[in-house]
Structures are given as structure tokens and as C-alpha cells.
Design a protein around this ligand. Sequence first.
Ligand SMILES: [Zn+2]
Ligand SMILES: [Zn+2]
Length: 236
Amino acid sequence: MTCAMSTCRSTDASMRCSRCKSVFYCSHECQRSHWAMHKRSCTYMYAAMRWKTLESEWWATLPRDVHKTYGEVYFMLQGLKPCVVLTGVPNAFKQDFYDKVIQPCKLGEDVLVATINKVRTQAFDFDGKLILLHRQHERYNMILSMLKIKEIGHDDIVLEEKQIAWILDYPVALDECNDGTMLEIAYFAIETNDLLTSFCALDTIEHRQRVNVHFQKYKATLGEMLPMRIQVIIVS
Ligand SMILES: [Zn+2]
Ligand SMILES: [Zn+2]
């Protein structure tokens, strides 16, 4: 493996960061000098990996499909996505999921955990769903007020799919995929081949461009300094 210390780059790096298990070093010296740079991404990676483990353990106790969300959680910690909505977790098991997955992951003070109340779109009901919001994201305040997160007893809110796509940072909204040849787009982690996120788009030049801009932005943020590299797969 290549030493993660940029001024070293020795190809004989066999010591692995014991916390995130994602970067390698040739020596203790390199690891020590790289720590200031690596600390943040190490913390994010560690939290996301812990999420991955705890989430699968949690789902194993229910007779249901596993909803893998650690990719989305990692994107949020990196400041790419403003939030993650845990739509797969049944409302009755919300507290249990909080106790056994969210809490032990120690996502940090930058992440607000809240419940969405009385919000839906034409297609989906978000009422009672858990949401993780990144406080440092530029859309944070806007999303709080759109979903009325901190207001108790507010009226029902009906959002458009376009607004949901903006809240969750998807390049194409669900109802933009109705008319034409649909593409199923998925981002995978290169090393582990794990599914990180997926969404739909139409097979048009305009949608392909939007998806490309989205993907390049995610790749640029994760690519250079971070271990989880992503690739896009389009299934039409
Ligand atoms: Zn080195
Ligand atoms: Zn590390």
C-alpha cells in the first residue's frame, strides 16, 4: 500500500490506521505527522463504519430487508448531503433504532437528530420518520423551516418532490422521472463495492448532465483526502 503521508508516498506502507482502517503508513513518524490532516476524515469514516455494522446488526433482528444508509450518513458527515431521512425504519421501532444505532455512533454535535412530523409528498409520508441534519450545511436553516422541525403542533405540510430532492440533495426529483426511459443510478464504494446511494433520472442529455455534476462533486470531496472512493453505475 502507498503511505498516506503526501510528502512520503512510500509504496511499502503496511501499518494501517487502527481506528478507521482506511489509510496506510510506512512508519509511526508518517502516521504522527499525518494525524492533523487525517483526524477529521478518520472520525467520519469511523462513525460511518460503525453505523454500517450496527445498522446491519439491528436489521438482522427484524424479518425485513436491510436498508443500508451508512453511505448517506457518510456523505452527510462530509458536508455533502444536508441530511439523511431514515425512511426504512418503521415508526414503531424508531426509538430502538435510535438507542442501538444512532446513539452509539456518536455522530457529534454537528448532527441534529429529530423527528419529522406531518410532512408528506404526493407519493410518500414522512410523518414520524427520523432525520439527521448537519448543522454546518448551508441548507440547514432552510430545511428546518421547510419541515417545521422545531415547531410543535403545526399544520400538515405537503411538499413537492422537487423540494424533497433538494432537501436530500438528489440531482433529479422523483416526479421528473415519469415520462421517458428511466435510468437507475447508483454510487458504489470502489474498494468494498457497497451501495452508497441510489436515485432515478431520465435518459436525457439534461438529466445525464445533472447527474454528472452531482457525481463529480461527490467524487471530488471524497476522492483526494478520503478513503471511500465512489463510482457511478447506470442501469437503463
Ligand atoms: Zn511514509
Ligand atoms: Zn484513520
